[in-house]
Write a new protein. Structure first.
Length: 422
C-alpha cells in the first residue's frame, strides 16, 4: 500500500508515524495500524510540501541523492549491481576503482601501468583465493602478537595517519584545479593521483616500491605483512564504498560547489575525525582493553550500562549481520578476547559483528600495526569518495538544503514566502 522499502516502513514506526505491535499468532510478524498506514499512503500519493520532503530526506535510511554507484539490498552490498563480497574473492582495489569510476576499456592500464589489465583491471592476477580456514596461514590464533594493536598507544599511530592524510590532501586542495568543466578521462586520471597521495601520506612514500604497485601490495610491504596480502586486498575491496554515508555525503557537497577532487576527498576524510564514523576502531580497542582487564561479559555489560553504543557490533542496514564482516571472518582464526566479546554482544544486546569488528580481528590475528583498521578504511573508502565525486561532477548542481527554522519568532507569518532575489 505504501510502495516503500521495509527500512522506510520501520523508520516511520520508530518516529511514531505508524503504530505497530507484535502479532500474537506469530511473534516473527508485526501488525501495523490500518488508519496510520492509510493516512501515510494518502500523503504519499498526494502532493507533499517541499519542506516536509526535504526534512525527511535527511533522516537516516532514507535516500538523499540518486546514485548508481552502490546500494545495500536484501542484506547484501552491491557495487554497480555486482555483489561486493563476490568481487572481493578476486578483484583488487584498482579493479573496483575502474568499475566505480566507469573507466573505459584499456583506460585502467594507463592509470595504473603496473597493476591494470584490460577493462576492469586484474591487479590480483596470480593471487589465489585461499580456502576457508587457510587464508590466514601465518596469522597468530591467540592475538598475542597483536596485543599492542588494540592496547595503549594505538591512538597515537592513528592520529599520525589521520594528520598526515589531512595535511597531504589540504596541500593538493590548495593548488588542484576545480572539478567542473573538465573532461571525465582527465578527472579519472587525477582521481588515481589523489588516491596515491592519500596512501603515500598514511604509509609513507618509501614504504613500498613505486606508486604504480597495487595499494594492497603497498600496504602489505609497509607493514611487513606480505604473507597476508590476500586478506589486505579483500579488505580494501569490501571497504571501497557503502552508499551515501556521512563521509561520502560530505564529499559530494564539496564537489557540488565545483571544488577539486582532492578537496572533495578532504571533506570526506575530515569526517573520520569524529567517533561516529570511522572511529569505531578506537572505541573497540577500549572495549578489548576492558575485557582483558576483567572478562568479556563484564566489559559488554558495563559498556551498555553507560548508555554508549556498543562499538564494532550491529549495523542498521544489516539486521542479520554485516556481509563484509562475514566475508573476512570466515577466513580468519579465532582471536581472544574478540571472540568472547562477540558472544557477549549477541547475548546481551542481540548485536552481530560489523566490518569494524572484522578489521580489529584482522589486525590482531595478523599482527598488523594499530593504525591498520583506520588506514584500510580510509584507503579503501577513498575509491568510493572519488566515484561519488565524479558522479557529482556529472550531475553539475549545487547541494544546498534548506533549514527548517526552530529559533525565536521572527514576526513574519510562516505562510509568507520570501521573494526570489534577482
Amino acid at each position: 500500500m505504501l510502495n516503500v522499502r521495509p527500512q522506510t516502513l520501520y523508520a516511520n514506526v520508530s518516529r511514531g508515524k505508524i503504530r505497530a505491535k507484535p502479532d500474537e499468532v506469530d511473534v516473527r510478524r508485526s501488525l501495523y495500524h490500518r488508519d496510520d498506514v492509510l493516512r501515510m499512503a494518502r500523503r504519499a500519493n498526494g502532493r507533499r510540501k517541499v519542506e516536509i520532503v526535504s526534512s525527511e530526506a535527511m533522516q537516516y535510511g532514507d535516500p538523499v541523492l540518486p546514485s548508481a554507484i552502490s546500494t545495500v539490498a536484501d542484506g547484501r552490498l552491491f557495487y554497480r549491481g555486482r555483489d561486493a563480497t563476490a568481487l572481493a574473492d578476486s578483484a583488487s582495489l584498482e579493479d573496483i576503482a575502474a568499475l566505480l569510476w566507469e573507466c573505459a576499456p584499456g583506460e585502467a592500464a594507463a592509470i595504473w601501468p603496473a597493476s591494470a589489465g584490460n577493462d576492469v583491471a586484474t591487479a590480483s592476477r596470480g593471487v589465489t583465493a585461499a580456502p576457508v580456514g587457510d587464508a590466514a596461514a601465518g596469522c597468530t590464533d591467540t592475538g598475542k602478537a597483536a596485543a599492542s594493536s588494540n592496547g595503549a598507544g594505538g591512538g597515537e599511530l592513528v592520529d599520525g595517519a589521520l594528520a598526515a592524510g589531512l595535511f597531504a590532501l589540504a596541500r593538493r586542495s590548495a593548488v588542484d584545479a576545480p572539478s567542473l568543466g573538465r573532461p571525465a578521462a582527465a578527472l579519472r586520471a587525477e582521481a588515481a593521483e589523489v588516491l596515491a597521495t592519500l596512501v603515500d601520506a598514511m604509509v609513507g612514500k618509501s614504504s613500498a616500491a613505486g606508486r604504480d604497485a597495487p595499494v594492497s601490495t603497498r600496504l602489505a610491504r609497509a607493514w611487513h605483512a606480505e604473507a597476508h596480502l590476500d586478506l589486505i586486498r579483500r579488505t580494501l575491496v569490501l571497504m571501497a564504498d557503502h552508499e551515501l554515508n556521512a563521509s561520502t555525503f560530505a564529499t559530494r557537497v564539496a564537489i557540488s560547489t565545483g571544488a577539486s577532487l582532492a578537496a572533495g576527498v578532504l571533506a570526506g576524510f575530515t569526517t573520520l575525525t569524529g567517533p561516529l564514523h570511522g572511529g569505531a576502531a578506537n572505541a573497540f580497542a577500549e572495549l578489548v582493553a576492558q575485557a582483558r582487564a576483567s572478562n568479556a561479559d563484564d566489559a559488554v555489560r558495563h559498556w551498555l550500562a553507560s548508555q554508549r553504543t556498543l562499538p564494532a557490533f550491529g549495523h542498521p542496514l544489516y539486521p542479520d549481520g554485516d556481509p563484509r564482516a562475514k566475508a573476512l571472518l570466515k577466513l580468519l582464526p579465532k582471536v581472544q578476547p574478540h571472540e568472547q566479546l562477540a558472544v557477549a554482544a549477541e547475548q546481551q544486546a542481540g548485536e552481530l559483528p560489523s566490518i569494524d569488528y572484522a578489521l580489529a580481528v584482522l589486525t590482531a590475528a595478523c599482527g598488523l600495526p594499530s593504525d591498520a583498521p583506520f588506514v584500510l578504511f580510509a584507503a579503501g573508502r577513498c575509491v568510493g569518495w572519488l566515484a561519488h565525486a565524479l558522479e557529482q561532477v556529472q550531475a553539475n548542481r549545487l547541494i544546498r538544503p534548506r533549514a527548517r527554522y526552530t529559533g525565536p519568532a521572527t514576526g513574519v507569518r510562516a505562510d509568507i514566502r520570501t521573494r526570489a532575489q534577482p
